[in-house]
Structures are given as structure tokens and as C-alpha cells.
Design a binder for this molecule. Structure first.
Ligand code: NAP
Length: 286
């Protein structure tokens, strides 16, 4: 029951009606007996500042932030944590005594998903794509001890811009590649491949994956951050190659788990988030 003591959390974005986050967080609040509620708020770009100031006036405790506000919202926050400052994007806000603090749990969410299967420290990783998700994951991979990082992108200059930023901020070598023979060469000794391009995302589920089975090997771990469908064309190619595959739904789950920890200080059982996603997506397992 909602009372005068109930703490309000939410997600701001445009659109937000298909977000899976309310289901995850409300399930966790309920199962852990917490007097909290999580609400989706559709916020137009021109109302973003009002939304942040208004949330603080209303005593909202925390927000997730999704497209298109992850970068712009920084202008209205008081502090950023290390990851959010490096990445230059925020997906979680904590409203408290010290003002509005921005965090980024996307990168750590992806790393936690991969680490269900294999540690990332000292590994060689290839990321396909150089957009917002690639940026969050690339910074976190280097913070988590990845040794050898390659950013492969259709537009090589964009991969070069991300590389420059990574090298300047973290002083770690990074290589770039096009989606060409050089990528095939790089993949031959790659431990972890992460797709951050939208290739294969619904409704374009039959689009040819950027990397096919002949370019993979059985010791490779393949993570597609696209989660609609759960089994993308790239993950089918990973099966053909005998490689291990990780669905993008795990990144979504763990970014939520990390946001929950930031807001409540409680490490929630991952199974609660997993079950909530399975219920929402009507699946027997994820
Ligand atoms: N699982 C999760 O929790 C999670 C979280 C965030 C995002 N995502 C998913 O990740 C995907 C990317 O999101 P984003 O925000 O990073 O997007 P973004 O900033 O638009 O970046 C997209 C990247 O994909 C590349 N790309 C686009 N179409 C391509 C194609 N047909 N062939 C090859 N490369 C192509 C782009 O290359 P160019 O530079 O050449 O244009 C760019 O590097 C989306 O599908 C999103 O749903 C999942």
C-alpha cells in the first residue's frame, strides 16, 4: 500500500512505456518488504531540467535515465561518480542530502553479465560498434582490467574518437578496426566478443550478423547486448562455432541490480530481477 512514507523511484526517458525496469525494481521492493515504488515517467527533452528539479522538490529518491537523456542530464546534476564522469553519460541518479549524483551502471552491468561466464581481467576483448553502449562498456572493461581492447566499427573514424578518449583518460593502449579482414585477424585470438550494434534487433532479426561462425572459435565468449530477440543471429553463429553465448538481457538485469544497490545500499538477490524479467517477457528461463 502506498502511504505518506513510501519512497518514490522511477525511470525518465522518451519513450518509456516498454521499459522492463519498473517490473524488476517493483518486484525487488515487494519481495524485500521495502516501502518503495518505481514509476515510469515520459519526459520530453525540453522538460528534462524541470523534471530533475521537480523530482528533487517532490522528494523522489532516485531515477534511472534512458534514451534520449543519458548525456544531456549531466547538465542538471551536482556530482558524477567515476564511471559516469569518464563515460560522459548517466543511467542512474541518486537524490540525497548532497544533491543529485549521477552514476553509470550500464558498463558494469555488461561486465557482470560476462563474468557469469568468464573473468574479463587480462583478456583480449573486441567490441563491435562505437556508440553510447560501446563507450560505457569500453571504459568499464579497462577499469575492470581488460588487457587488450579493440573497437571495431563500420565508421572507423568514430571508433578512433572513442579510442582517443579512452587513451587520454585511462592511459591504456586501445586498437581500432573496420568491419573487414583486419577484424577477422583480430578475432582469431580474441577471448570475448561483444556486439553493441543494433544489427539483428527486432524487426530486422534476419539481418546478417557483423561476425559469422567462421570468424569465431570454440574458446570465445560472445555477448550480444541486443536482447530483442533474446537469441540473435550473432548468438546463433556463436552456437555454430561452439562458442559460449550471453544474451543482452543479462546486461539489462545487472545494470538494474547495480542501480538498486546504489539507491538502497542493499545487495538484492539477482534471482528476483531474473524472475521479474522472465515474467515480463513470458519466458521459462533467461
Ligand atoms: N542490453 C542492454 O542493457 C542495452 C543497453 C544499451 C543499449 N543496448 C542496445 O545496444 C544497441 C546500441 O545502442 P547505442 O545506444 O550504443 O546505439 P548508438 O549510439 O546509435 O551506436 C550504434 C553503433 O552501431 C553501429 N551500427 C549501426 N547500424 C549498423 C549496421 N547496420 N552495421 C554495422 N554497424 C552498425 C554504429 O556504427 P556507425 O558509427 O558506423 O554509425 C554505431 O557504432 C541498441 O540495439 C540498444 O538496444 C542494450
Amino acid at each position: 500500500m502506498i502511504t505518506g512514507k513510501t519512497n518514490v523511484f522511477g525511470i525518465i526517458g522518451d519513450p518509456v512505456e516498454h521499459s522492463l525496469s519498473p517490473g524488476m525494481h517493483n518486484a525487488a521492493f515487494k519481495e524485500l518488504g521495502m516501502d518503495n515504488i518505481y514509476v515510469p515517467f515520459q519526459v520530453k527533452a525540453e522538460h528534462l531540467e524541470d523534471a530533475i528539479l521537480g523530482a528533487q522538490s517532490l522528494g523522489v529518491k532516485g531515477f534511472n535515465v534512458t534514451i534520449p537523456h543519458k548525456t544531456e542530464v549531466i547538465n542538471y546534476l551536482d556530482y558524477l561518480d567515476i564511471a559516469a564522469g569518464l563515460i560522459g553519460a548517466v543511467n542512474t541518479i541518486e537524490f540525497g542530502k548532497n544533491g543529485a549524483v549521477g552514476h553509470n551502471t550500464d558498463g558494469i552491468g555488461a561486465v557482470m553479465a560476462i563474468e557469469e561466464v568468464t573473468p574479463v581481467k587480462n583478456k583480449k576483448v573486441v567490441i563491435l560498434g562505437a556508440g553510447g553502449a560501446s563507450r560505457a562498456i569500453a571504459f568499464q572493461l579497462l577499469l575492470s582490467g581488460v588487457d587488450n581492447l579493440v573497437i571495431a566499427n563500420r565508421t572507423v573514424e568514430k571508433a578512433g574518437e572513442l579510442k582517443t578518449d579512452l587513451v587520454e583518460k585511462l592511459d591504456h593502449e586501445v586498437r581500432v578496426s573496420g568491419l573487414d579482414e583486419n577484424l577477422t585477424q583480430e578475432l582469431s585470438d580474441t577471448a570475448i566478443l561483444i556486439n553493441t550494434t543494433p544489427v539483428g534487433m527486432y524487426p530486422n532479426v534476419d539481418e546478417k550478423p557483423v561476425v559469422t561462425a567462421e570468424m569465431m572459435h570454440p574458446d570465445m565468449v560472445v555477448n550480444d547486448i541486443v536482447y530483442n530477440p533474446l537469441k540473435t543471429g550473432l548468438l546463433n553463429e556463436a552456437d555454430k562455432a561452439g562458442a559460449k553465448s550471453i544474451s543482452g538481457i543479462k546486461m539489462l538485469m545487472y545494470q538494474g541490480v547495480e542501480a538498486f544497490k546504489i539507491w538502497t545500499g542493499i545487495e538484492p538477490p539477482v534471482e528476483i530481477f531474473q524472475r521479474a524479467l522472465m515474467n515480463e517477457l513470458d519466458l521459462d528461463e533467461i
